[in-house]
Design a protein around this ligand. Structure first.
Ligand SMILES: *Cc1c(COP(=O)(O)O)cnc(C)c1O
Length: 239
């Protein structure tokens, strides 16, 4: 197994510390006292480095490539919680259904029905987030905001999924432009929570948004899972 140099590890330790401080400061500015979870996004990252981050208290990992995750998962140590956050084809759901505890990228009725079916086959109930294409970008997945209510209430009819909230990847931030998208997401999230809070089929408590370039702004707008890759593990080479 490849050894990571101690230099690289100390950089990751420093990154984690700095990100946590920035999250805390953003919470203070927003007047928040609730918990914001730091997710380590592991794509292309060596499991040795991932394990080190888990040791340093990053207890939640985000996976976005099915094959890479299946190849790497046996090398993970320390019992991290793992969520699937990437684009998910229906025919791949069966490979991950009993290996992750939440799917952030549910973006169609068809996919959610498949998750429900595969979860039923394993006798489990899968937590899901609906992904919203808040910037209306052609290149991005996610539903339109105006489709949310209908899809949310459809999930309630499926006994083996449980809707926990929303996820978004807004357009790349240019001079704070993601602020207004995060604000729109926060409004959608609060509306959804209000509409469903007396309905036991829902448990809306998770707003997953914010990445390396914009997580502080996301925390200012109520995000409670920030998904950080490059800023945590170092800039990666995409293949
Ligand atoms: C890669 C990725 C991230 C993390 O991106 P960084 O900018 O490297 O922090 C977060 N969410 C999703 C869905 C991703 O694919």
């Amino acid at each position: 197994m490849k050894e990571e140099s101690s230099d690289k590890l100390s950089v990751v330790a420093d990154n984690i510390k700095r990100i946590r401080e920035n999250i805390e400061n953003a919470k203070i500015r927003a007047g928040r006292t609730d918990t914001v979870r730091l997710m380590g996004v592991t794509k292309t990252v060596d499991p040795v480095l991932v394990n080190f981050s888990v040791e340093q208290g990053v207890r939640l990992l985000g996976e976005n490539r099915v094959q890479e995750f299946l190849d790497k998962r046996d090398r993970y140590e320390g019992g991290p919680e793992i969520h699937f956050i990437g684009g998910l084809q229906t025919n791949k759901v069966k490979y991950i259904i009993d290996k992750v505890s939440m799917i952030h990228s549910a973006d169609s009725e068809h996919l959610i029905e498949e998750i429900n079916k595969r979860a039923a086959g394993k006798g489990l109930r899968m937590d899901i987030l609906i992904e919203v294409n808040i910037g209306g970008e052609e290149s991005k997945s996610g539903i339109k905001p105006e489709q949310l209510d209908e899809l949310a209430f459809k999930t309630a009819e499926l006994p083996n999924v449980r809707l926990r909230g929303l996820m978004a990847i807004p357009p790349v931030d240019v001079d704070g432009s993601s602020d207004r998208y995060f604000a729109q997401m926060q409004r959608l999230f609060c509306d959804l929570r209000e509409k469903t809070f007396k309905d036991g089929r829902f448990m809306i408590d998770t707003l997953s948004m914010g990445m390396s370039g914009d997580y502080e702004s996301a925390v200012m707008h109520g995000s409670n899972i920030v998904r950080i890759g490059s800023l945590l593990y170092g800039y990666r080479n995409y293949t």
